[in-house]
Design a protein around this ligand. Structure first.
Ligand SMILES: Cc1cc2nc3c(=O)[nH]c(=O)nc-3n(C[C@H](O)[C@H](O)[C@H](O)COP(=O)(O)OP(=O)(O)OC[C@H]3O[C@@H](n4cnc5c(N)ncnc54)[C@H](O)[C@@H]3O)c2cc1C
Length: 379
């Protein structure tokens, strides 16, 4: 758990990031949407200089060590611009943070100082083409005298083109899941791209094939059989980060809609003066306000050292529903022009859709929250 920066240092960092986001990254939107590739030669130095890679890396490893309360508005700001950049920043920070919590000292020392500067990056390898999620995995890790041998396939793994390390979940017995830190260049690990996505364009979400990948004991995260526990810990807070992304996208959609409603004139009056349009705007603002409140509560609890198993699933679920409603209404306020390429509202609508899938679908969030509530957890 990070303690966070003092307020002055935090404001300086936040301002540096805002300048990078709006002056240097936002202008790349058209190019990334057209080429469906993030120009890493431009984007990586901008992110590095602004300090975007070390936001959640603890200070002892050279990062900013932000608290969750401090991090949420920053990832929300990234979710206002081109979505591929937000995914890159989210995955990097979220799983560097996860490693700082679940990894041992040697694993943290190997990866986190490089992650703080962007020279290294951790990605998260759970999803599989032939299996479900959580305990339903086909990837195996067989214990040998020399360590473990991994076999299996993961897919849809974000940042697969730039990650130096992957947190990989595999079965160490039919009943047990374990987590491993696997370096990208480990022999037997091959990485292939998947086709481009509907929104959040430009990043790579590739296929990882493990063909007798030999790792030594030091690759095991925690103890054998603790994989589910590590998965729960990593996703618990990462779901809150996705909800913050939903918030950022919603805030931008609302701002664009307010501006459009004031400037678009029909029948001699701005559409902002029509009660029907005012209703859309006020519903959008209500979702933004509610989501902000839920996020503030989740962040305060986490930063105070509490676990938030139900809250994180509920805020992630509320966030995706809210951003769905808000981007939908934003299209209604904008009329036909909002449906055209080049309009940020069209992109926000597509980008938001990834929030449904990241860190688990709605059915997973319902299941997690209900399981906690039925076992007596209260929030
Ligand atoms: C752009 C992108 C980036 C991603 N990045 C990553 C990443 O970095 N790392 C990673 O590990 N994964 C990543 N994913 C995968 C993502 O987490 C999954 O796609 C998502 O969790 C859904 O899993 P699935 O695709 O296997 O769908 P499925 O599990 O096949 O689900 C299909 C439908 O069935 C429902 N369903 C499935 N099982 C059950 C059940 N038991 N009970 C009730 N309903 C069920 C689901 O809710 C869904 O509606 C990414 C996906 C995308 C699109």
């Amino acid at each position: 758990m990070n303690e966070g920066l003092n307020e002055r240092e935090y404001q300086r960092l936040a301002e540096r990031l805002r300048i990078a986001i709006w002056d240097k990254l936002d202008p790349l939107e058209e190019r990334i949407e057209d080429e469906e590739r993030i120009p890493y030669d431009i984007v990586m130095p901008v992110l590095r200089e602004a300090g975007a890679f070390g936001l959640l890396v603890p200070r002892e490893y050279g990062g900013a060590g932000l608290s969750v309360r401090q991090y949420l508005p920053l990832i929300a700001e990234f979710a206002k611009i081109q979505g591929g950049i937000r995914v890159l920043v989210h995955v990097h920070n979220s799983f560097a943070h996860a490693l700082s919590e679940i990894g041992n000292e040697a694993q943290c020392k190997t990866v986190l100082p490089g992650a703080a500067t962007g020279e290294k990056s951790v990605a998260f390898a759970l999803t599989e083409p032939e299996h479900g999620t959580g305990a339903d995995l086909g990837t195996t890790a067989s214990h040998t005298d020399a360590g473990y041998i991994l076999n299996g396939t993961k897919w849809l793994i974000s940042n697969s083109d730039l990650a130096s390390h992957f947190i990989v979940f595999a079965k160490t017995s039919p009943e047990q899941v374990s987590a491993f830190l696997v370096a990208r260049d480990t022999p037997g690990l091959s990485i292939e791209p998947l086709p481009e996505t509907m929104g959040c364009k430009g990043g790579e979400h590739g296929v990882l094939t493990f063909d007798h990948v030999q790792v030594d004991e030091s690759a095991l995260i925690g103890a054998e059989g603790e994989g589910q526990q590590h998965l729960g810990r990593a996703l618990e807070i990462s779901r809150v980060f996705i909800a913050a992304s939903s918030l950022g996208t919603s805030e931008r959609a609302l701002e664009l809609s307010l501006a459009h409603a004031r400037s678009r004139v029909t029948f001699g009056r701005p559409i902002a003066q029509r009660q029907a349009v005012q209703r859309y705007l006020s519903e959008m603002a209500t979702d933004v306000y509610a989501l902000r409140g839920m996020l503030a509560d989740a962040a305060a609890k986490w930063d105070a050292g509490a676990r938030i198993p139900a809250e994180s699933a509920m805020v992630k679920q509320f966030g995706l529903e809210a951003v769905g409603r808000v981007t939908d209404r934003a299209l209604l306020v904008h009329g036909g022009i909002g449906y055209t390429r080049r309009h940020p509202v069209e992109r926000l609508y597509r980008d938001a859709r990834l929030n449904w899938l990241e860190e688990g679908t709605p059915t997973i969030q319902y299941m997690v929250a209900a399981r906690e509530l039925l076992s007596g957890y209260r929030f």
